[in-house]
Design a protein around this ligand. Structure first.
Ligand SMILES: NC(=O)c1ccc[n+]([C@@H]2O[C@H](COP(=O)([O-])OP(=O)(O)OC[C@H]3O[C@@H](n4cnc5c(N)ncnc54)[C@H](O)[C@@H]3O)[C@@H](O)[C@H]2O)c1
Length: 357
């Protein structure tokens, strides 16, 4: 049976890294005797330049009809002065909302070879393997009312943090089920001492815990969680948290691993999963074949695991990446004694490495 993979390369290095990731998918399709059909559609600033909107209807419809979506990255300085409603980043919020992708999974796993690339001491990070699950379609990024208006003669900006019980319940379930498949430990992060919406969060997570007695649950305030992530990251296994706290904590967790160029993500919950690297469009290195494609290639691994039910393919890709970086490095993870390669070369080395496993 054929599977329809939609690729939305987006802007900047998004185009370069998805090109390498596509080659890995083509290789894996042959290896696992899958028929993958690829459709490439524009998104972000590139789509705005072509059609006047960052999320054209054609792109949205293609994504809705897909079996899985691979996204590069969106944004760039040339679109920063546009109205918020048509900024490239709006396409991401629109897509997540339309596809009901309420669960964002971001693994932050340190590869032994890259322990030295972290800004933290090797003994603090060696062996760290954290899965951050961020609620993606609710909370303060979506709550109403929001805006900037004049009150008492001055400008006032406001956003609303709102979570319904059902929104918390469904992401908590993802948290517990993910923890079950890992080491069985879940940390729920909130600010229940100050924010009523997250007091509800804590109560509902506690309630859902009754259905997962085999998972060890603890609650942590977000300020403490930020500190603990840097102080002793290995104490965490699976973390589940709100949209904004997850946005910040997952970037902090990411940096434990040394490079943003190594971090994949999956957004799940609806009918179709969306996979993308954690990094952005990196305008400073775009168009120069310098980007590290490994985050996107690892995102392909997650695509095989979660949307095509091929865990083995994900494990193979992770192993191939691990083997490749023993010798080859892009500039962002370059170290003494390694061979410096560009984006395309790195993609080719991953395929060679896959052929050897
Ligand atoms: N999901 C997304 O599409 C997404 C995420 C974050 C930022 N953005 C957008 O990307 C643009 C640039 O944002 P930014 O500079 O804050 O973040 P960024 O992730 O694009 O870049 C941050 C730094 O990391 C480097 N970097 C990022 N990815 C890399 C890779 N694969 N290989 C090597 N180096 C890499 C960049 O060169 C840069 O120095 C903005 O328009 C922002 O809105 C998009």
């Amino acid at each position: 049976m054929s599977k329809n993979i939609v690729i939305t390369p987006g802007d900047g290095i998004g185009k370069e890294v998805t090109a390498q990731a596509r080659k890995v998918m083509e290789y894996m399709a042959k290896r696992f005797k899958l028929v993958l059909e690829f459709t490439e559609v524009p998104i972000g600033g590139t789509a705005y330049d072509l059609t006047g909107t960052p999320l054209p209807d054609e792109t949205l419809q293609a994504c809705k009809a897909a079996d899985a979506i691979l996204l590069g990255a969106v944004g760039g300085p040339q679109w920063e002065t546009l109205d918020y409603s048509v900024r490239p980043e709006r396409a991401l919020l629109g897509l997540r909302g339309e596809l009901q992708l309420y669960a964002n999974l971001r693994p932050a796993q340190i590869y032994g070879e890259l322990v030295g690339a972290s800004t933290l001491k090797p003994e603090v990070v060696d062996g760290a393997d954290i899965m951050v699950i961020r609620e993606l379609t609710g909370g303060i990024y979506f709550g109403q009312p929001k805006g900037v208006e004049i009150r008492n003669g001055e400008r006032v900006g406001f956003n609303t943090l709102v979570y319904s019980e059902s929104e918390i319940r469904r992401i908590a379930k993802v948290g517990f089920e993910t923890a079950q498949k890992r080491s069985g430990r879940l940390t729920s992060v909130d600010k229940a001492n100050v924010l009523e919406a997250t007091e509800l969060w804590r109560n509902v997570v506690q309630d859902v815990h009754n259905d997962y007695p085999d998972v060890e649950l603890n609650h942590m305030y977000v300020d403490n969680a930020a500190m603990q992530l840097i102080r002793a990251p290995k104490q965490f296994d699976t973390i589940v948290t709100t949209n904004m706290f997850g946005d910040i904590l997952s970037d902090a967790a990411a940096m434990i691993t040394g490079s943003i160029g190594m971090l994949p993500s999956a957004s799940l919950g609806g009918k179709v999963g969306l996979y993308e690297p954690v990094h952005g469009s990196a305008p400073d290195i775009a168009g120069q074949n310098l980007a590290n494609p490994l985050a996107t290639i690892l995102s392909v691994g997650m695509l095989f695991r979660y949307s095509l039910d091929l865990r083995e393919a994900d494990e193979l890709i992770q192993k191939a990446v691990e083997n490749t970086i023993k010798i080859y490095r892009t500039a962002d993870i370059m170290a003494e004694g390694k061979t410096s390669v560009d984006c395309q070369w790195m993609g080719e080395e991953v395929i060679k490495s896959l052929e050897q496993i």
